[in-house]
Design a protein around this ligand. Structure first.
Ligand code: IMP
Ligand code: MG
Length: 204
């Protein structure tokens, strides 16, 4: 039987790529103190790792948005569910996203942020599903180009599950996962999945 999902980007690839992104942001924003805005909830895992690779006096904040309905006819209609706590006026803003798919969510968010007169707004996205883009968008910092497949893990969910898988998995059989939502349990930390990392001898 074919696998329901397989590792697309392993935890070590993700770690190395985030190190590079952090280094690029550190260089580009030298002498400045950007505010990194994470889009809840998926972007929070990426943000947590990314900020520890940036050597700048930065700030973080969170925003939560939801799409009306989610149907095609609701294209681009997005509502802010939770707004930022900090004023971004005059600040350098970096929006940190787990994945950019159609780009509708992010293009709405960027126009909302730009109306607040920040010094700059840039996007840092771990995954870019560029073939699905509807709303044109400039992604200044991109982790990986992502094939047109549903992905889970590292913050990304399937029905609110599996955000805590350390790797990013490509789901080959969404119907099978829908029928058996437990199908990916072996990929959770400490599970028997293919990417379980064995600790040194005698470690706990
Ligand atoms: P967009 O507005 O179509 O770009 O939607 C982006 C949002 O949809 C992301 O921030 C994710 O929360 C979600 N999303 C898009 N593709 C996937 C996927 O393959 N797995 C899990 N969530 C996804
Ligand atoms: Mg998201």
């Amino acid at each position: 039987m074919p696998e329901v999902a397989s590792v697309l980007f392993g935890r070590e690839d993700i770690r190395r790529r985030i190190e590079e992104l952090g280094r690029a942001i550190t260089g580009d924003y030298e002498g400045r103190a950007p505010i990194l805005v994470s889009v809840l909830k998926g972007g929070s895992v990426f943000l947590a790792d990314l900020i520890r690779e940036i050597r700048l006096p930065l700030a973080i904040d969170y925003m939560s948005i939801s799409r009306y309905g989610g149907a095609a006819e609701s294209m681009g209609r997005v509502r802010i569910v939770k707004d930022l706590e900090q004023d971004v006026g005059g600040r350098d803003v970096i929006v940190v996203e787990d994945i950019v798919d159609t780009g509708l969510t992010l293009s709405y968010l960027i126009s909302a942020l730009e109306s607040r007169d920040p010094a700059s707004v840039e996007v840092c996205a771990l995954l870019d599903k560029s073939v699905r883009r509807i709303a044109p968008l400039t992604i200044r910092y991109r982790g990986f180009e992502c094939p047109d497949v549903f992905v889970v893990g590292y913050g990304l969910d399937f029905q609110e599950r599996y955000r805590n898988i350390p790797d990013i998995l490509a789901v080959q059989d969404l119907a099978a996962l829908g029928a058996d939502p437990d199908a990916l349990l072996s990929h959770l930390p400490g599970g028997s999945g293919p990417h379980e990392v064995a600790g040194p001898e005698g470690s706990v």
